[in-house]
Design a binder for this molecule. Structure first.
Ligand SMILES: [Zn+2]
Length: 378
């Protein structure tokens, strides 16, 4: 007998059923158009060894088969033991159709596997990770407050009080785990004894939050918070509102503007192929330079964009980056406060935790170096 389950932290998958001999079907749980592709579920084989096919379908409630399939082909990850350490499924074992994918599995007797298209960085494991870092490295844990679901939005703080403050975050779109893996690596690096990190800590104050939407993370949601809000498009229908509408959005906004912010670094991810990138590499977004009212900050921003374009794994001059939505933090922070940002999308199709960390760290180091250069120059 084969049993399916997605009832665990970061799980996603519903309506599991048998549709033929050794053939099963399930659907993903989506949030809205395009944000309806993530799955992560367990397959337990209580019998003898079995060869099975699983059809993973788009969410009929969101009803965006094209948006679903735009995230494929991508790496399908399998864990056979601890449900934490994954390896990529051989590509020929999965097929991409118009509105569903098919995964072929060889199950050992009395075995359980976890299968996903995005290697999860769970809220609980990530919280433990940064708490341990803080203990070992003389850094400080802080909380922005509680999410709508009453979970702490926690971060790690290091560097020098009174120096320019750099904010680094991920997980607005909760299951864009490569962003979270990147920010975990950045937290590891910036609290380390490496000479480059020590130097950066002398010159800046760093506040780093790897999971800004903990409720969405725990629930395995593609896009939303518990209240059904897209934290990237934080200002929703009204980009000029004084505050974002959600609990988490307000906390993030106050974090950025109540104390002066020198730089906002935000990580997301995408899967499959996109027109703003080139597989297997990454993507990025920016705002028009003209919206910065402070000409000095505009210069800093232009140089940061040059750094992302030329010194990271995002596209070079051959492809233009995407433009931020008006209701995003990035647009509103630039327009109202002339706060520059780096917004980077790791290609999760070609990055597990290790690659996400390396690429994210490269982005972070180049951004901090560029900002340091601007400060020294002025
Ligand atoms: Zn995103």
């Amino acid at each position: 007998m084969i049993k399916f389950s997605s009832s665990f932290e970061c799980g996603n998958g519903k309506n599991f059923r048998k549709i033929g001999k050794n053939r099963y079907r399930c659907e993903v749980s989506g949030d809205k158009k395009v944000y309806c592709y993530y799955f992560c579920f367990d397959v337990e084989n209580k019998g003898n060894s079995a060869d099975i096919d699983i059809e993973v379908w788009h969410d009929p409630i969101v009803n965006d088969p094209e948006g679903f399939i735009s995230h494929f082909p991508t790496t399908i990850w399998i864990s056979t033991q601890d449900m934490k350490r994954f390896y990529p499924l051989e590509q020929s074992m999965s097929a991409v159709c118009d509105d569903h994918i098919i995964i072929h599995l060889k199950l050992k007797p009395q075995s359980k596997i976890r299968i996903t298209n995005n290697w999860p960085a769970t809220y609980s494991d990530t919280s433990n990770f940064i708490r341990n870092l803080a203990e070992q490295r003389n850094a400080e844990i802080f909380s922005l407050g509680k999410s709508a679901g009453k979970r702490d939005i926690i971060g790690i703080r290091t560097g020098t009080q009174g120096k320019p403050r750099i904010l680094c975050l991920a997980g607005q779109h909760p299951i864009e785990f490569p962003g979270i893996w990147a920010v975990r690596t950045i937290a590891d690096f910036i609290t380390s004894k490496l000479p480059e990190a020590e130097n950066m800590r002398k010159n800046f104050l760093f506040e780093i939050i790897p999971v800004v939407n903990p409720d969405g993370n725990v629930a395995g949601r593609n896009c939303f918070t518990d209240e059904g809000v897209d934290l990237y498009q934080a200002f929703g229908e009204n980009p000029d509102a004084e505050y974002p509408q959600s609990v988490e959005g307000k906390l993030l906004w106050k974090w950025a503007v109540d104390t002066e912010t020198a730089l906002w670094i935000n990580f997301h991810c995408y899967l499959g192929w996109r027109t703003n990138s080139e597989y297997p590499y990454d993507g990025w977004y920016r705002v028009p330079y003209e919206i910065f009212l402070d000409p000095r900050k505009k210069d800093v921003y232009q140089l940061l964009c040059d750094a992302v374009r030329l010194l990271t794994d995002a596209p070079s001059t051959s492809i233009e980056p995407d433009t931020h939505w008006l209701n995003s933090f990035e647009h509103q922070l630039a327009k109202r406060y002339s706060i520059p940002h780096v917004f980077y999308e790791i290609n999760g199709g070609s990055a597990g935790p290790f690659q996400s960390g390396k690429r994210g760290l490269q982005v972070f180091i180049q951004a901090v170096k560029t900002l340091q250069h601007c400060i020294n120059r002025d």
